[in-house]
Design a protein. Structure first.
Length: 131
């Protein structure tokens, strides 16, 4: 599996610490922060894995990565914890920046957003940009 996180290649089988390009790091300063995603366990064959990175000091730079590792179901919902509920966010597919959803923090926390990965072993990265 080869993923592109904000334009930088990363293979989850090679490392657990993706490298983010300088531009994204300068924008959000999140590379030192990693939080687990609710509903996504530890990496395991036949399951989904995922994490979120957010600078918990500033609240900026929410990047979500999810991985399907031969899981039976091709679709999952991603719920975003500890997010300001009243704010609005654009959910963008990285690295291209295409906006998939515009949701409030409340919607992200309570309803989540869908992720569909057709291939049994695949991944996707999303940027949550405050509006």
């Amino acid at each position: 599996v080869r993923l592109h996180i904000m334009c930088e290649p990363f293979s989850p089988s090679e490392t657990n610490t993706p490298v983010f390009p300088d531009e994204a790091q300068r924008k959000y300063d999140f590379s030192s922060y990693r939080q687990d995603l609710p509903g996504f366990g530890e990496p395991a064959l036949g399951a989904w894995d995922g994490f979120i990175r957010v600078n918990t000091d500033t609240g900026a730079g929410r990047v979500v990565a999810v991985f399907r590792k031969n899981a039976r179901e091709p679709t999952r919902r991603v719920f975003v914890p500890d997010i300001p509920l009243a704010r609005e966010y654009a959910v963008k597919l990285a690295p291209e920046g295409r906006v998939l959803h515009t949701l409030t923090g409340r919607q992200l926390a309570e309803e989540g957003f869908p992720v569909k990965l057709e291939r049994a072993s695949d991944g996707a990265v999303f940027e949550l940009e405050r509006r």
